[in-house]
Every structure is written in structure tokens, then in C-alpha cells.
Design a protein around this ligand. Structure first.
Ligand SMILES: [Cu+2]
Length: 256
């Protein structure tokens, strides 16, 4: 009998000693879990957010996990505002690159300065979205006919400069019957990376590259970002707007 009471007493003491720490640990775990909250966002439509993985209802791209730095509810909108500000404030570096004929070009001064341009991001060994991105550019270019290379210029920037030599880019462009006014650029990786960062198109892996098209009228300082797989007619309209100097900055659709 005495023995049993003693055991109960020991058990009670152990519980009292351990319980507060266990409770504190449980609370700490909850706090950590909250700090590491993850949501999913579309690389093309930052306003699209989901608690679960899936695809973007607007463009069907796979949503990408975004880790929240803080559990505060204002974290995603901040990111969104930044994306919008980026689209409006485009500063284009004059990095030295190579075009598809192996000629040295300065990105800003030779390809963009004073012009209306559409810029996309591709790599030649891509088997997913790059072929349709190229086909879309080809359709848009065809639509502009002989105005391509005169009024509007198209630029495909390689996101995989280590693989994409000028020859590879040229061969890739020929698959889409790229005509005058469509330039393909590659170059030293640091130069290309600097360009991609400046254009808001850098990604850790080439497979995650941006499917966006940057359309702008440099003379008027008007820029917008569009989805690279939009209907060609929509891209034609945006380029027309850019030419006319009535480009609306990236739409605020979806933001609160
Ligand atoms: Cu791709």
C-alpha cells in the first residue's frame, strides 16, 4: 500500500516538473510552424495565392511555393506591390552580349534604346514552354509584317547562356522562321544574369524561368509585362499600344 502511494507521488512530481516545459515546447513549435508558413503563388500572376499546390486559374502554370518570412498577412501584398513597381520602373543595363550571328551587341544601346521592343526569355533545350513561346513570338512578328525590324523589334534572351551558343540560338530561331527584327542574345553568364535580374526575369533554375514578355516603348519610357503565352492578338495589341505611347502599366487586376 505505502509502495503504491509512493509511486503515485513520484509520478505526480514528474508530471509537475515536465508539463510546463512540454507545454512551452508545444507553443514554440506552433510559433515556428507559423513563421515558416508556406503559400503558393503563380510566377506570372503574383496576385494569385493559394494555400495548396496546384495550377494558376489564369494561366495554368504550376504554382510555386513561397515561404512567408513572417506570418503577417501583409507579406504577400508587399510582394505584389513590388512586382507592379518593377513593371513600371524598368531600367535596362547596357551589358555586352552576343547575338545569333556571334556579333557583339550592347543590350540597351544596340537593341532597345529609342525603340519599341518585346523581350522574352527562353533556352534552346527547353521542351516545355519555350517552344510555344517561340511560336507565339513568330505569330506576332508575322502579324507586324515588314514593320518588324523597323517599328518593333523582338528579342529572345537566353536564360541558359552556358549551353546556348549563338549557333544554337540561330538554329532555334530558324525553327520558328524568325525574320528581320528578331534578335537572339546570349553571352557570358554574369552579364546575362545581370540582365535577367534587371528585367525581373531571373530564376534559380533555368526550368523555372519567367514566361513573361516585357513590352515597352523606350523613347516614351512606357513598359508593361504580359504573359508570354497570351493569344498572339493580345500581344499585338499591347505592342500597338506601346507604339502609340498609350501603354497602360501592368494591370492591377486581382490586387486589393
Ligand atoms: Cu522554357
Amino acid at each position: 500500500m505505502r509502495h503504491k502511494a509512493f509511486v503515485i507521488l513520484i509520478a505526480f512530481c514528474a508530471l509537475v516538473a515536465v508539463a510546463p516545459r512540454a507545454l512551452a515546447q508545444a507553443a514554440g513549435g506552433r510559433a515556428r510552424a507559423q513563421r515558416q508558413e508556406v503559400w503558393y503563388s503563380c510566377p506570372m500572376h503574383p496576385e494569385v495565392k493559394s494555400k495548396k499546390p496546384g495550377s494558376c486559374p489564369k494561366c495554368k502554370m504550376d504554382l510555386r511555393a513561397v515561404a512567408a518570412a513572417t506570418p503577417k498577412e501583409n507579406a504577400p501584398p508587399l510582394k505584389e506591390e513590388r512586382a507592379e513597381a518593377d513593371a513600371q520602373r524598368v531600367s535596362i543595363p547596357d551589358v555586352e552580349l552576343l547575338d545569333q550571328d556571334g556579333r557583339t551587341v550592347h543590350f540597351y544601346s544596340d537593341l532597345v534604346k529609342g525603340r519599341t521592343v518585346a523581350i522574352q526569355f527562353i533556352f534552346t533545350t527547353c521542351t516545355t514552354i519555350c517552344p510555344p513561346l517561340g511560336a507565339t513570338f513568330a505569330r506576332v512578328q508575322k502579324d507586324f509584317g515588314e514593320r518588324s525590324g523597323r517599328d518593333v523589334h523582338f528579342i529572345s534572351v537566353s536564360v541558359d547562356p552556358l549551353t546556348d551558343t549563338p549557333e544554337r540560338l540561330k538554329a532555334w530561331g530558324e525553327k520558328f522562321h524568325a525574320g528581320a527584327g528578331w534578335t537572339f542574345v546570349t553571352g557570358a553568364k554574369p552579364q546575362v544574369d545581370a540582365l535577367l535580374r534587371a528585367l525581373g526575369a531571373s530564376s534559380a533554375r533555368r526550368e523555372d524561368h519567367s514566361p513573361s514578355v516585357l513590352i515597352g516603348n523606350d523613347a516614351k519610357g512606357q513598359w508593361t509585362r504580359a504573359y508570354g503565352l497570351s493569344m498572339p492578338s493580345q500581344l499585338v495589341k499591347l505592342i500597338d499600344d506601346a507604339l502609340e505611347g498609350r501603354l497602360e502599366p501592368t494591370s492591377k487586376e486581382g490586387s486589393q
